[in-house]
Design a protein around this ligand. Structure first.
Ligand SMILES: [Mn+2]
Length: 329
């Protein structure tokens, strides 16, 4: 496929419509949201009417970084619902990822799909998908460039946050020369990197630290140290006053262990006897395979699934599977 031609068609189609619905995926994170808000801004600068809707609320620490509240939750949408000529999705490999927002589009809605997932299903009438891009934010940056639009400071901030978070602050294996160049250009537009970092990362509550100290004291490893894991009980949350959102990111501590190749974090869920599991890998261990075995999925080095049963049963089943797949002692 001639990519230039397809991009021209993408732009030409964008110019045809006046009112756009923009949506990120359910449980949205900074890449999806930053990309979405930058696209929203681009369209408004082109004189379009836009509505930004998401099924789920944005993470609090991200909301703290954003200057204007340009988005609505699905349940805040006024009835009778507006008719949208076109839909833009960011960071969604499938249309299902926008969740119930699908209910407010019609068969006539023209879909623009902007993404960087290798698994993208090209579900849009127009697709701009760049699997080599570190983040969807990098794809949106390319749209600005190719449309010869200057990037305003707020847009730069949104795109920077998107790339920073999806690359784990330029640490993960998707970190490339190109994403550093894009980040450098965004910084040159005057964004305050230090302030963004503090607003985004220096956000722990004391409850979160207390939760972490409980979990850190219970980290287990196999004799070789190559597998590390911990299980979080619901009582860990009530005793520390923390929330499920506070537990996100704890799994990184397990990855910091020198010998670890595969780490998993188990969390007892609200409906009893369900355990949510996250996996992380270092080196050539495909944890997407492990998650898929348990009917979940994700990426090679980061994946997740939900198991029925107790924490103890989940631990046994996962260790068994890891031993069989990778022969890690
Ligand atoms: Mn992404």
């Amino acid at each position: 496929m001639n990519k230039n031609k397809s991009f021209r068609a993408f732009c030409r189609a964008l110019s045809l419509y006046d009112h756009f619905l923009l949506s990120c995926h359910v449980s949205p994170e900074a890449d999806s949201i930053g990309s979405l808000l930058a696209m929203d801004s681009l369209l408004r600068r082109l004189g379009k009417k836009t509505t930004v809707i998401c099924e789920d609320p944005f993470p609090q620490r991200l909301e703290a970084c954003l200057s204007s509240k340009r988005w609505k939750m699905l349940n805040e949408l006024q009835k009778p619902q507006s008719y949208f000529q076109a839909l833009i999705t960011t960071d969604c490999p499938t249309l299902e990822r926008i969740g119930k927002v699908r209910d407010i589009i019609t068969p006539d809605t023209v879909i623009f799909n902007i993404d960087h997932h290798i698994s993208n299903q090209f579900f849009g009438h127009f697709n701009f998908v760049r699997p080599k891009a570190s983040a969807c934010g990098e794809v949106v940056f390319e749209i600005f460039k190719r449309m010869r639009m200057t990037i305003h400071k707020e847009e730069a901030k949104n795109l920077y946050i998107a790339i920073m978070t999806d690359t784990g602050s330029f640490k993960y294996s998707n970190t490339t020369v190109s994403c550093h160049r894009v980040a450098a250009e965004l910084i040159s537009l005057g964004i305050d990197v230090d302030k963004i970092n503090d607003a985004f990362y220096s956000t722990y509550s004391l409850s979160r630290i207390h939760l972490y100290s409980r979990l850190l004291s219970r980290v287990k490893t196999t004799p070789s140290g190559k597998i590390a894991w911990v299980g979080m009980k619901r009582s860990d949350l009530s005793h520390s006053g923390a929330t499920y959102e506070d537990a996100e990111g704890f799994i990184d501590f397990l990855k910091y262990l020198k010998e670890v190749k595969v780490a998993f974090f188990m969390s007892e869920m609200k409906p009893d006897r369900q355990v949510k599991v996250s996996f992380r890998a270092k080196g050539n261990y495909d944890v997407n395979k492990i998650a898929t075995y348990f009917h979940g999925g994700g990426h090679l080095k980061a994946s997740g699934c939900v198991l029925r049963g107790t924490l103890h049963q989940a631990e046994k089943a996962i260790l068994n599977c890891l031993h069989q797949q990778f022969r890690l002692g």
